[in-house]
Design a protein around this ligand. Structure first.
Ligand code: FE2
Length: 463
């Protein structure tokens, strides 16, 4: 390990704001890669770049977007290379945003007059804000937002390079949560298109071949569908009854928070698609619950064992309008032929679950998540329970990305990297934990000289 010092030191901010509000505020500065101030030591065997994505520009013409989900995406990155840590925070400049900047007012989204919104919906001229996650596929970096296609991003300048259909394979939407199945050397994802018949289109993206449509499924309603999960043989969706009011959306009768109506009586629909026989889809309903994110899943005899973050209902969606981080509960769903039973795994408030990438779609013993209590930290779950690290001062901690060490094959031979907003200094830093000793705290903190807004998801790309 080697100690590094950069030129920028964190200082206390002069005007104190709540860290919750800073997570939903445009950063004071946008910049390419520059040296970060490093506390602690950089692991000598950790070399590469972490790209994280989230809403970064929250207003145009001095008028805030109607909901943080409408904000323009920003990539926040950490590069560890040559014994140095550098960081970047750049807005993804879409042509639509450029036109809005020139006009100094909103031209897209829910702040427009209803007839203009209707026009935009009909002619497909909505803005692809690319504000949710990142995806690294066949040597290219993409920023994802579930309402549009992947956006290609320059890995060094973080400039937006344009939308991609993956050489014609994709339709108009692509979820922010692709899932890799290492045993198949293939990543899967889906897109939902809304209309008289809302459709779930499932994509397969082999590591070295052309992407293709695996299958299409008609949904009973337009729904909020954020994530899914894969085992080595099946793809699984939990379709919660958060139904989109298409008419309300088109004519502007609802704000963003009321676009989706929770219909608890309808229950959650479980959709199971066998990868080798996608036409043999299995569908059934269970009592309603909601989830944003899955951790992992695996086959156990005739059962599918699925770890995920559980919410009793959809109220989390409205809370997200004024607080960026809303924790769920870590639970296990066991899917049988026509039923689902739920086992609680923890009562801790947490979100953004992650496992070692080599264990995707097969049984993982260890799951990591962002701990979202008053202190903030990270939590490690296994069959014996939970272990935690909490910061001394209140901190807002992002998803911890799991980076395997080159030297080890166990689930604990990893580094964890998260973006943290420190309440005391009102600055953001990347924290790096060493898996086996994570309870002692980060081995490295790499500080920005500004607060960075929330990032939802990220991808580590090894050098
Ligand atoms: Fe997500």
């Amino acid at each position: 390990m080697q100690a590094i010092s950069g030129p920028v030191k964190p200082t206390l901010a002069s005007t104190k704001r709540s860290s919750a509000s800073l997570l939903l505020a445009t950063s004071a500065r946008h910049h390419g890669f520059e040296d970060l101030h490093v506390e602690g030591q950089l692991p000598s065997d950790l070399c590469g770049t972490l790209y994280r994505n989230g809403p970064g520009l929250f207003e145009v013409g001095g008028v805030p977007y109607a909901h943080p989900f409408e904000a323009d995406g920003a990539i926040t990155a950490l590069r560890l290379q040559g014994g140095r840590a550098s960081g970047a925070h750049q807005i993804l400049e879409t042509p639509e945003l450029a036109r809005e900047r020139a006009a100094n007012r909103h031209l897209h989204g829910l702040n427009r007059a209803w007839h203009k919104r209707l026009w935009g919906s009909y002619f497909g001229t909505q803005k692809n804000t690319a504000n949710t996650s990142t995806f690294f596929h066949q040597g290219e970096l993409y920023a994802l937002m579930e309402g549009g296609r992947p956006t290609r991003v320059d890995q060094n300048t973080l400039a937006r390079l344009g939308e991609s259909s993956l050489e014609g394979a994709l339709g108009s939407t692509f979820s922010a949560h692709p899932h890799a199945v290492p045993a198949r050397k293939t990543t899967y994802n889906f897109g939902v298109t809304y209309g008289r018949r809302s459709t779930l289109t499932v994509y397969a993206m082999p590591e070295a071949e052309q992407a293709y449509v695996l299958t299409r499924v008609t949904l009973e309603h337009g729904v909020m569908l954020h994530d899914f999960i894969a085992t080595e043989k099946h793809l699984v969706w939990f379709v919660s009854p958060a139904k989109l009011s298409v008419a309300r959306f088109a004519v502007g009768l609802a704000d963003f928070n009321r676009l989706f109506q929770w219909d608890a009586a309808a229950g959650t629909e479980v959709i199971v698609i066998p990868i080798d026989d996608p036409a043999a889809v299995r569908r059934f309903r269970v009592p309603a619950f909601f989830q944003w994110h899955f951790a992992n899943a695996f086959e156990r005899g005739s059962e599918l064992v699925i770890d995920y973050m559980h919410f009793d209902d959809f109220s989390v969606f409205r809370t997200l309008g004024h607080d960026a981080l809303v924790p769920g509960k870590f639970q296990r769903a066991i899917v049988t032929e026509r039923d689902l039973r739920i086992e609680s795994r923890s009562a801790l408030p947490c979100e953004f679950p992650q496992v070692h990438p080599a264990f995707h779609a097969r049984e993982a013993r260890v799951t990591w998540a962002a701990l979202q209590d008053a202190a903030g930290g990270i939590v490690r779950f296994d069959e014996h329970g939970e272990r935690t690290f909490r910061f001394d001062t209140a901190s807002r901690v992002s998803e911890a990305v799991v980076v395997p060490k080159a030297s080890g094959a166990s689930e604990d031979d990893v580094y964890l990297i998260a973006l943290v907003l420190d309440d005391r200094t009102q600055k953001s830093f990347f924290a790096v934990w060493d898996g086996p000793t994570f309870e002692r705290g980060p081995v490295t903190k790499a500080w920005f000289d500004h607060a960075s807004p929330i990032t939802f998801h990220g991808t580590w790309v090894s050098a």
